[in-house]
Design a protein around this ligand. Structure first.
Ligand code: ASP
Length: 587
């Protein structure tokens, strides 16, 4: 076998005259009658190889048979290309390899698409032929980038005293709010393992077990109806620390982010990251994952609207709702059709309407301006910080609808007005969210983060009587308007844990049955502890600046949770079912 001496991205002018062996795939071939050329490609680059009949007539003949994606090794002499043949776009563009010997490892069928320009190819075709898609520069770059983030994370956490511990996949249900993937047990008929939605309880047990600092880059499984950019199995950077409060965890994570930016993106990240209380984020951005790359902050004019003549506004406030809005600089120039388009879109999102006024020459006009006095209009303009030439949009509705519509409107305008172009990444923390939220229909309380998150100690008195007023010692890290990680300080007290589980509707019996194995451990000297988990695929996607999670995962699934390459999930035989004690009840 010809053993390679260099990669296809390595040879330069300084190697001219040397012998080299390259191995890779035929990216392009050109048969110029007299000369045969191929571009040989591997993960590291591309090198032009030329076959000359005067060097070896027989070899030249064989080279003329080469086609796209044939896999081969070739030995030859590095030669400088004639000046007019140099390719300044290619790192190896000054040289070519003049072939003297070739070993063809394997031929290839004509591939269904070309490996360069795969952005033209549909995702479905790419996923069906993923091993070919992986040969594209794009996927190789993406997976290298992912690897680099992973390795840098490992080094950073290792340097900071974390140890990587694996936790089981075949385990019991962990309540993270999604449906479990279940695995039937053959040896224990009628019983099932659950694949972990996260290693949450295991990592807490590791703290109770004295491991002090744990991390894992780990697969998690959630059987959810998939929306775009969700995967049924996904990867977390998961970590947990003992004898810490939220400051310690956030500080450690900021250090990690700065390190990833410096080592992988070669950019400096300014620390500390800005922090925002959950309520503040909701008030100013209408969401708990605000995009801080641009302004367009939301303002509340409910007090002004309460007494105004405009019934839509005053009635909304009277019914316990709000009137909130945003001011869009330059928006006074928007055409009527554009404004109408936004109104219609807001209605589709669930708003009764989207009121507007324009500010020109220091005065508000158009839209709903006629329903307000001069004084009210001045107060509204001031509240929203509206400058001349702006358009102001308002939603009068429940807080939920105001937040929903205004956060979407803000995001849409940020994009359409080009406010995101060239903006630096914006990272921030959103802290102290509510611990519980109430199901609108059933009135039952559910957790916002997860049931093992510690309530703030000053709110403990309200736990049973007013759960909605209890704040959690939780924090989310948000990058350009998307949550990329979340964690909390945990409950490290048996009684408190049981109280919280009871608020969530578990009886003493259910607690013992479902979490007994965990809560019992809280009776044996648990340390104060806390941690966080990053959605690693999402982090890679955001830092890479791509829009589709599947660009960052080697073998992803479709939105229907299907692997197009293997056809998973597949059917199983009657025998397999019988062994598991299962009978199918599907048509
Ligand atoms: N286990 C949590 C999650 O998956 C993260 C954490 O609290 O550390 O979201």
């Amino acid at each position: 076998m010809l053993k390679r001496t260099h990669t296809c991205g390595e040879l330069r002018a300084e190697h001219v005259g040397e012998q080299a062996v390259l191995s890779g795939w035929v990216a392009n071939w050109r048969d110029h009658g007299g000369l045969a050329f191929i571009d040989l490609r591997d993960r590291f680059g591309l090198t032009q190889v030329v076959f000359r009949p005067e060097v070896d007539k027989d070899l030249h003949g064989r080279a003329r048979e080469l086609r796209a994606e044939y896999c081969l090794s070739v030995r030859g002499t590095v030669e400088r290309r004639p000046p007019e043949m140099e390719n300044p776009d290619l790192p190896t563009g000054q040289i070519e390899l003049v072939a003297a010997e070739m070993e063809l490892h394997s031929a290839s069928e004509t591939p269904p698409f070309e490996m360069h320009g795969t952005e033209q190819v549909s995702m479905e075709v790419r996923l069906r032929n993923r091993y070919l898609d992986l040969r594209s520069r794009r996927m190789q770059h993406n997976l290298e980038f992912r690897h680099r983030l992973m390795q840098t994370t490992r080094s950073y956490l290792d340097e900071n005293g974390f140890i990587e511990v694996e936790t089981p996949f075949l385990t019991r249900s962990t309540p993270e709010g999604a449906r479990d993937y279940l695995v039937p047990s053959r040896i224990n008929p009628g019983r099932f393992y659950a694949l972990p939605q996260s290693p949450q309880l295991m990592k807490q047990l590791l703290m109770i077990g004295g491991m002090d600092r744990y991390f894992q880059i780990v697969r998690c499984f959630r059987d959810e109806d998939l929306r775009a950019n969700r995967q049924p199995e996904f990867t977390q950077i998961d970590l947990e620390m003992s004898f810490v409060d939220e400051e310690d965890v956030m500080g450690m994570v900021e250090g990690l982010m700065a390190r990833l930016y410096r080592d992988v993106l070669e950019r400096e990240l300014e620390l500390p990251l800005p922090r925002m209380a959950y309520d503040d984020a909701m008030a100013r951005y209408g969401t708990d994952s605000p995009d801080l790359r641009f302004g367009l902050e939301i303002g509340d004019i409910s007090d002004i609207a309460a007494g105004c003549e405009f019934r839509v506004f005053s009635a909304a406030v009277a019914e316990g709702g709000q009137v909130r809005g945003i001011s869009v600089p330059g928006g006074a120039e928007m055409a009527r059709s554009q404004v109408d388009g936004l109104v219609e879109w807001a209605q589709q999102l669930g708003a009764g309407g989207l009121a507007w006024v324009k500010v020109r020459r220091g005065a508000a006009e158009g839209g709903v301006a006629k329903f307000f006095s001069e004084g009210e209009l001045d107060a509204i303009r001031e509240r929203l910080g509206a400058e001349d030439g702006s358009i102001l949009f308002f939603v009068a509705d429940s807080p939920y609808v105001c937040n929903l519509v205004l956060s979407h409107l803000r995001r849409r305008l940020g994009r359409e007005l080009g406010l995101l172009n060239d903006a630096d990444d914006a990272l921030c923390w959103v802290v102290e969210p509510p611990a519980f939220e109430q199901d609108e229909v059933t009135g039952e309380w559910t957790f916002v983060h997860h049931p093992f998150t510690s309530p703030r100690s000053e709110d403990l008195g309200k736990l049973e009587d007013d759960p909605g007023a209890v704040r959690a010692r939780a924090y989310d890290i948000v990058l350009n308007g998307e949550e990329v990680g979340g964690g909390s300080v945990r409950i490290s007290d048996y009684d408190r844990q049981v109280r919280v589980l009871k608020v969530l509707g578990y009886t003493e019996e259910q607690i013992q049955d479902r979490f007994g194995w965990f809560v019992e451990a809280l009776r044996y000297g648990p340390p104060p502890h806390g941690g966080i988990a990053f959605g690693f695929d999402r982090l890679v996607m955001k830092l890479l600046g791509v829009e589709d999670l599947r660009e960052t995962i080697a073998f992803p699934k479709t939105q229907r949770a299907v692997c197009l390459l293997t056809g998973a999930p597949g059917l199983v035989s009657e025998d397999q079912l019988r062994e598991l004690g299962l009978r199918l009840d599907t048509d």
